[in-house]
Structure formats: structure tokens, C-alpha cells
Design a protein around this ligand. Structure first.
Ligand code: HEC
Ligand code: HEC
Ligand code: HEC
Ligand code: HEC
Ligand code: HEC
Ligand code: HEC
Length: 277
């Protein structure tokens, strides 16, 4: 009897230590209110197993650095445009993640949220000269968001040229807006995005200026675009060659949220890029 228990312990322990760092837990049972889709099969004891989420046969037997993470079946039901789309198969979208950008509670600013990012909550009317963050400001969105939340986010994480820097300074004056770069002049998430809900920072200040109208609870809203089919057909060949496993949709941006300037009408892009007429 003792021997059997020992073997089981050893086995679970080896799984625990062999999982990649920060990996999702396995061997747990879903609570009754969690509805798993049919293709996410539990093991015979009703517990999460490797193949609940991964479509790769015997994934536990393969050394982790040899697993083809780009394979279509790396995730069941994949490939996913965003990793969170996988999560939402099991976890409820609304109740799981704290939307840090919802900064009002019954009409009042809820200061609880502020110290998620700020070491001390700055007063909007009189902010200190040097703000202190819990993480460097170039990394503060990662963790909650991927480094690649959307196309072009990563390709923008570059140092701006001297020429572009001048254009940015001019645009900041012209639009009375703040477009903060990293200390080494790289474009970061906060260059294009504000993280503050409308009204938290004064809309008369350059740092508080943002695109109006959007609702942070709803997020950015996209609608289908009639050109999508043409776009898909056009990209198909090239994407196949690139070994790129995301589905790309050509959509119309209907409602913007948490942006410093509008991308929809091109103002944001033209604040840095100059295009010939
Ligand atoms: C609840 C879903 C889920 C289950 C169950 C699951 N995984 Fe994963 N696995 C993930 C997710 C999500 C990632 C991607 C993590 C990321 O990219 O941040 C991942 C990534 C991996 C990777 C790639 C790691 C890397 O760093 O590239 C390996 C290997 C892996 N899992 C093996 C396993 C094994 C072995 C099991 C069973 C013991 C298992 N997984 C069970 C969700 C799951
Ligand atoms: C196949 C279903 C399934 C998928 C897919 C899935 N989860 Fe889970 N997750 C569970 C279950 C079951 C639990 C354990 C029960 C619970 O905590 O509600 C859990 C627990 C968690 C926990 C709490 C872990 C802890 O240590 O307490 C986090 C955080 C989490 N999941 C995040 C994610 C993220 C992020 C993704 C997507 C990358 C994801 N899950 C995908 C089923 C899933
Ligand atoms: C997700 C991270 C995050 C959260 C949460 C957050 N902030 Fe900020 N805050 C920043 C970043 C990054 C900056 C610097 C860049 C900028 O101006 O947006 C900043 C700048 C500020 C400034 C200085 C603006 C200026 O004029 O220079 C004030 C004031 C401020 N935040 C107040 C708040 C308050 C109040 C809350 C809570 C209701 C809050 N912040 C929550 C990330 C955050
Ligand atoms: C504590 C976690 C957290 C941090 C830190 C955080 N966010 Fe978010 N963010 C969320 C959640 C939750 C949502 C709601 C939508 C979702 O679940 O993806 C969201 C939504 C957004 C949206 C709108 C998304 C949509 O659905 O259309 C943008 C834009 C955004 N965040 C940008 C940022 C930027 C830029 C930073 C860093 C300065 C940041 N966030 C930091 C959790 C976070
Ligand atoms: C060059 C400008 C730019 C940069 C840099 C940038 N974004 Fe965006 N982001 C946009 C635009 C434009 C949208 C679409 C409209 C909107 O948010 O209202 C968007 C949308 C989003 C959304 C909503 C989801 C979606 O697909 O619409 C999230 C979340 C987000 N960004 C997070 C981030 C994070 C995190 C970073 C840094 C890793 C980042 N962004 C860097 C311009 C940018
Ligand atoms: C804050 C300045 C800034 C803003 C705003 C901005 N860009 Fe950029 N963009 C850059 C920088 C820096 C690069 C890196 C290459 C370079 O130096 O030209 C870049 C590169 C690009 C590239 C080439 C990417 C690649 O694959 O190399 C495209 C396409 C692009 N931007 C489109 C846009 C669009 C569309 C918008 C508006 C939604 C936008 N940019 C907003 C600064 C900006």
C-alpha cells in the first residue's frame, strides 16, 4: 500500500516540476459553474490534463523546448488570435480579470486601482514632477496584456529617429497632447494609449487629452468589413509562407478607447509618420 502512494506522489511531483514556469495548473477539477466546451476533455477522474488544452499527442513526453508551439493544434480549437480567447473557453470573460481602467466606483474615482501602477497615487491637479511606478513604465502593461496585444505593437517598440522625435514634439504642441516615450526614446504602449479612464486626468491637460466617447467596460469595438474576403485572399499565400498562425481579419474600427489621439481618422499615426499627399 505504502509503495503505491509513494509512486503517485512521485508522479504528481514530477509533473509539477516539469511544467514550464508560470504554466497553468493541471490535475484540478473545474468548479461546477465552469462549462467546458466538448473538445476540452477532462481525464477519467474529471481533472484537467495536458490534452484538455493541448492538441499535441503525448505532449508530456516531449522535451519542452522541442514542442512545436506554433503548430495549429498546440492549443485545442486554435490557433487563437489572442491567448485570452483560449482562456475564455473556460473562464468567464467578465468576472475573471480586474479591468484596471475602470476607475470610477459609483461616480467617484476609486483610488484602489491607482496603486496597481503608481507607488503613490498622484493628485491629478498637482502631479509630482517625477512619477514612480511599480514597474518601469515600458513594462507596466505586460503581464495583464501580452507584448503583442495587436499587430504592430511589437514592431513599434523601437527607438524613434531624431527626425521623428522632432515631428513628435511638434505634434504634441499642435494637438496639445502628451506622447510619452521610454527613457531611451522608444515607442511604448503608453505612447499611443492612455490607461486612465476619461475624466481621471483633466481633459484640459496634455496628459489627460484622449479620444472621447469609448467605454472601457466595452473596449474597442470593431465591425465586420466588406473588404475582409478580399483581404484574406490577398494575404493567404504570404501568410502560409511566414508560418504565421493567427487569423487576421480586416475590420472596421467603430469605437476607440484609451487612445491619446484618434487612429480611426489617422491623427495618431500622423503624429509620428509623415505621408506624402
Ligand atoms: C488549462 C489549459 C492548459 C493545460 C491543462 C495544459 N496547458 Fe500547457 N500551456 C497552456 C498555455 C495557455 C500555454 C502558453 C503559455 C504562454 O505562452 O504564456 C501553455 C504552454 C505549454 C508549453 C510551451 C511552454 C513554452 O514555454 O513555450 C508546453 C511544453 C506545455 N504547455 C506543456 C503542457 C503539459 C505537459 C501539460 C500537461 C501536464 C499541459 N501543458 C497542460 C495551457 C495549458
Ligand atoms: C480547459 C479549461 C481551462 C482553460 C482553457 C483555461 N483555464 Fe484557467 N483554470 C481552469 C480550471 C478548472 C481552474 C481551477 C478552478 C478555478 O480556479 O476556478 C483554473 C484556474 C486558473 C487560475 C487560478 C490558478 C491558481 O493557481 O489558483 C488562473 C489564474 C487561470 N486559470 C488563468 C487562465 C488563463 C490565463 C488561461 C488562458 C491562457 C486559462 N486559465 C485557460 C480551467 C481552464
Ligand atoms: C495601468 C497603470 C496605471 C494605473 C492603474 C493608473 N495610472 Fe496614472 N499613470 C500611468 C502612467 C504609465 C502614467 C504616465 C504616462 C501618462 O501620462 O499616461 C501615469 C500618469 C499619471 C498622472 C500624471 C499625469 C501628468 O499630468 O503627468 C496622474 C495624475 C495619474 N497618473 C493619476 C492616476 C490616478 C488618480 C489613478 C487611479 C484612479 C491612476 N493614475 C491609475 C499608469 C497608471
Ligand atoms: C492589472 C491588469 C492591467 C494592467 C496593468 C493594464 N491593463 Fe489594460 N486592460 C486590463 C483589462 C482586464 C482590460 C479589459 C479587457 C480585457 O479583459 O482584455 C483592459 C483593457 C485595455 C484596453 C482596451 C481593450 C479592449 O478590450 O478594447 C486597452 C487599450 C488597454 N487595456 C491598454 C493598457 C495599457 C496601455 C496598459 C499599460 C499602460 C494597460 N492596459 C495595463 C487589464 C490591465
Ligand atoms: C502605435 C500606436 C500603438 C502602440 C505602440 C500600442 N497600441 Fe494598442 N492599440 C492601438 C490602436 C490604434 C488600437 C485600436 C483602437 C483602440 O484602442 O481604441 C489599439 C488597441 C489595443 C487594445 C484593444 C484590443 C484590440 O485589438 O483592439 C489593447 C488591449 C491594446 N491596444 C494594448 C496595447 C499594449 C499593451 C501595448 C504595448 C505592448 C500597445 N497596445 C501598443 C495603438 C497602439
Ligand atoms: C509615437 C510615434 C508613432 C506613432 C503614433 C505611430 N507610429 Fe508607426 N512607427 C513608429 C516607429 C518608431 C516605427 C519603427 C520604424 C521606424 O523607425 O520607422 C514605426 C513603424 C511603423 C510601420 C512599419 C512596421 C514594421 O513592420 O517595421 C508601420 C506600418 C507603421 N508604423 C504604421 C503606423 C500606423 C498605422 C499608426 C497609427 C495607428 C502608427 N504607425 C503610429 C512610430 C509611430
Amino acid at each position: 500500500m505504502k509503495k503505491v502512494i509513494f509512486i503517485i506522489l512521485l508522479w504528481t511531483n514530477s509533473i509539477a516540476t516539469e511544467l514550464p514556469p508560470l504554466h497553468h495548473p493541471v490535475g484540478i477539477s473545474p468548479p461546477s459553474e465552469m462549462q467546458l466546451p466538448n473538445e476540452f476533455r477532462l481525464d477519467k477522474d474529471g481533472l484537467l490534463q495536458c490534452t484538455t488544452c493541448h492538441g499535441i499527442k503525448d505532449i508530456a513526453e516531449i522535451p519542452f523546448d522541442e514542442v512545436d508551439v506554433k503548430a495549429d493544434n498546440f492549443f485545442n480549437g486554435g490557433p487563437y488570435q489572442q491567448l485570452t480567447d483560449l482562456c475564455y473557453h473556460c473562464h468567464k470573460k467578465s468576472s475573471q480579470r480586474l479591468n484596471i481602467h475602470k476607475m470610477y466606483e459609483s461616480g467617484k474615482i476609486d483610488k484602489k486601482n491607482c496603486d496597481y501602477c503608481h507607488v503613490e497615487t498622484p493628485t491629478p491637479d498637482d502631479p509630482p514632477k517625477k512619477l514612480e511606478f511599480r514597474l518601469p513604465k515600458e513594462k507596466i502593461c505586460w503581464g495583464c496584456h501580452l507584448k503583442t496585444p495587436h499587430l504592430n505593437a511589437l514592431t513599434h517598440n523601437r527607438k524613434v529617429s531624431d527626425k521623428m522625435l522632432k515631428i513628435i514634439k511638434k505634434s504634441e504642441q499642435k494637438h496639445k497632447v502628451n506622447l510619452p516615450l521610454s527613457t531611451d526614446n522608444k515607442v511604448i504602449c503608453s505612447t499611443c494609449h492612455t490607461t486612465h479612464e476619461i475624466g481621471v486626468l483633466s481633459s484640459n491637460s496634455a496628459s489627460g487629452k484622449q479620444v472621447l466617447g469609448g467605454d472601457v467596460s466595452k473596449g474597442a469595438i470593431y465591425t465586420p468589413h466588406v473588404w475582409n474576403e478580399v483581404y484574406q485572399a490577398d494575404k493567404k499565400g504570404r501568410l502560409a509562407k511566414l508560418d504565421f498562425n493567427h487569423k487576421l481579419d480586416y475590420q472596421r474600427l467603430e469605437q476607440e478607447v484609451l487612445l491619446r489621439l484618434s487612429a480611426k481618422n489617422g491623427t495618431l499615426c500622423r503624429a509620428c509618420h509623415q505621408f506624402k499627399d
